[in-house]
Design a binder for this molecule. Structure first.
Ligand code: SF4
Length: 189
């Protein structure tokens, strides 16, 4: 089976997944989208209302902000892979629960193992603490890369938070430029 077929198989499995309670309230599961050959893998918390309706990650205002930040450093959405910690929307956008995260985690692990990104960029506190370290603080640790098992984790604010707090947008721009510098320095190695 080709890598593309494996990715599609994971997607199909997520679309009909009954493994946690979020399957009952979702409209559509949101498996994630992007390139099979992505060097950069973005992870948010969970689908929001627009994503739940469309089945695509980061399609609302937060997604547009993310796209503009990516454009600033010369990266198109199609070049990255983007998904969430959990693939179905928690009702009322509440935080995903530990049992929901552990039920969903094998999908994320499979996607990462298949794509083998160089960078894993977490968007927001929740994804950062789940993927890197539960004791991390987004205020303190955003924009600081963490190298682990051959992967560079790069925590950033969530673009949805930056929509409501202009100062976070500036911090996100600075972090995006740091990410670009890191990408360039990795390419030179
Ligand atoms: S959140 Fe994940 S584990 Fe839960 S139903 Fe959706 S795809 Fe399945």
């Amino acid at each position: 089976m080709s890598r593309a077929q494996v990715l599609e198989e994971i997607r199909q499995e997520i679309l009909v997944c009954p493994k946690c309670a979020l399957c009952k309230s979702r409209t559509t599961a949101v498996p994630g989208t992007g390139s099979l050959n992505a060097d950069i893998f973005f992870i948010g918390e969970a689908p929001g209302q627009q994503e739940d309706l469309k089945g695509e990650p980061f399609v609302g205002s937060a997604g547009k902000l993310l796209d503009s930040l990516l454009k600033m450093i010369g990266i198109k959405r199609e070049e990255i892979f983007i998904t969430n910690i959990v693939k179905c929307r928690p009702p009322g956008n509440r935080d995903p629960r530990p049992d929901e995260i552990s039920s969903c985690n094998p999908y994320l692990v499979s996607q990462i193992a298949l794509i083998e990104p160089i960078f894993i960029c977490t968007l927001g506190r929740f994804a950062m603490q789940t993927m890197i370290d539960p004791d991390m603080s987004i205020t303190r640790d955003h924009g600081v890369p963490v190298r682990r098992s051959g992967v560079i984790y790069f925590p950033m604010y969530h673009p949805a938070a930056a929509l409501y707090r202009g100062e976070l947008k500036e911090l996100m721009k600075e972090d995006m430029l740091r990410l670009k510098a890191l990408i360039d320095s990795e390419k030179e190695k």
